[in-house]
Design a protein around this ligand. Structure first.
Ligand SMILES: [Zn+2]
Length: 461
């Protein structure tokens, strides 16, 4: 069985993979509630001879293993949906369930591509008696940004050598750096309630503290690195205007390209919170909800991913599919579409493009940045990890939108998913047949983490 034979086998089982992706899409479950989705994955893997091990730290987390000896390759799969993003496969806003959940981040595709590649490589290991182990990881709670962080804390990835990851998006791209490190923190202030008109002098307002903290945070913005992001919302502002609020709460996200910047800014934010408490004679409790790392680059795996993305034929679309993509684009701001084309495909500027069908130039891909966050970043700090995107949505479609839900259930999403599964299969085939690649990726990882070891964000405050 050579590489092409393995890819041909994946092609044979591609309808099963699409079926799974569609079933998960049709039954969207938000973070912490992925009972049916994880079961669908487990069933498929068990049927195919994988051994299932449930992981600690999260409900509905597991890995499915096949093979023997090293290298041990971890394929990261996710399957959680998002609240409020229910949507039919339609080019107009058309929720299947009012305010219901939906796969607006395409995790139905994310998990299924990984599973497809696991089945293909399992067939290869079985037929050729090649040494090596594959583990498909079912990783829940990605949208809370801490599922994998909790799994790492429970040593769920112990024994793995290399991890493979990807995300559905609107371009085909091998990424080197991606995501911002993040902390999600709640600040709870406690004061003294009083009648706001009769005895305001007896009250100490927790809401005043929240507001003063926000003022302080807004001044802090001028004195942090340009690429840092600080955003907040007030989650409890008290009850009625005539009661001095005894309790109030704000919820902050701090993001930056590197974890150490996030930690530094978080510490300064905590000082501001304490200052606000002092000014108002209230007290403050700080609660870290979650935190995650940015992706640690790995040149070896970046090159290997790019090579496979280049070699493997990218999806072609029918006229109907291109029309669907164009109609979805009509619901978007034209400047957003052009901005994306300018970012990824500068040579196509001013052209009318609805689906990305090529591969983003290596140099552009290598320096592209993505300002969201993902708990996959943490995995890249405990072992070498690749990262890539494939075009599953029309150009201009943003993650976490109804347009992304619609595309992720459509044949556009399915084609991008199968391409991702093929690239994963190609990468694993190369890793299993060229042990030098595994050694190089690991030694590069060791060098990059020599001075900066992974510390769980959950232990950072
Ligand atoms: Zn996502």
């Amino acid at each position: 069985m050579d590489k092409q034979d393995v890819l041909n086998y994946l092609d044979e089982i591609s309808d099963e993979v699409k079926d799974l992706a569609f079933q998960v899409w049709s039954n969207p479950e938000i973070s912490t509630e992925e009972a049916v989705s994880s079961k669908l994955f487990k069933e498929k893997l068990t049927e195919n001879g994988f051994k299932i091990v449930n992981t600690k730290g999260v409900n509905y987390g597991f890995y499915a293993e096949y093979g023997q000896g090293s290298p041990v390759i971890a394929i990261l799969g996710e399957y959680d949906a998002l609240p409020g993003l229910s949507q039919a496969i339609d080019t107009k806003f058309n929720p299947l369930k009012e305010n219901g959940p939906g796969h607006g981040c395409g995790h139905n595709l994310l998990g299924s591509a990984g599973l497809g590649s696991a089945l293909a490589i399992k067939r290869y290991l079985e037929k050729t008696n090649t040494k090596g182990t594959i583990r498909f990881y079912g990783c829940p709670e990605e949208e809370r940004l801490d599922g994998k962080v909790k799994m790492i804390k429970e040593d769920a990835f112990e024994g793995c050598d290399i991890a493979l990851s990807w995300h559905p998006m609107n371009a085909n791209l091998a990424a080197k750096e991606a995501f911002l490190a993040n902390n999600s923190i709640k600040f709870k202030f406690f004061g003294t309630s009083a009648h706001a008109a009769q005895s305001p002098e007896a009250g100490r307002s927790a809401l005043d503290a929240v507001e003063l903290m926000n003022v302080g945070a807004n001044y802090l913005r001028e004195h942090v690195i340009d690429k840092a992001r600080i955003h907040y919302t007030i989650t409890n502002g008290g009850g009625a205007p005539n009661i001095v609020p005894k309790e109030a709460e704000s919820w902050y996200f701090v993001r930056a390209p590197h974890r150490k910047d996030v930690e530094e800014i978080t510490n300064r934010l905590i000082k501001i919170a304490k200052g606000a408490a002092m000014m108002t004679e209230t007290t403050v409790e700080v609660e870290l909800i979650s935190g995650c790392y940015e992706i640690l680059p790995n040149e070896t795996l970046f090159n290997l991913t790019y090579k496979n993305m280049m070699e493997i034929e990218r999806p072609k679309y029918t006229d109907d599919e291109l029309q669907f993509a164009e109609d979805i684009q009509k619901t978007l701001n034209p400047d957003t579409i052009q901005g994306e084309i300018k970012k990824f495909i500068p040579s196509a500027q001013d052209e009318k493009l609805c689906m990305h069908q090529d591969l983003v130039d290596k140099e552009i891909a290598g320096s592209a940045s993505f300002t969201g966050s993902s708990d996959s970043g943490d995995v890249s700090w405990i072992m070498p990890m690749n990262f890539m995107l494939t075009a599953c949505w029309p150009l201009g479609v943003a993650a976490h939108s109804w347009q992304a839900t619609s595309s992720s259930g459509s044949s556009l999403g399915m084609k991008g998913m199968i391409y991702a599964a093929e690239v994963f299969t190609g990468i694993m085939y190369d890793l299993l047949n060229e042990p030098k690649l595994v050694e190089e990726a690991i030694s590069e990882f060791n060098k990059r983490t020599e001075k900066e070891k992974y510390i769980s964000p959950l232990d950072s405050i």
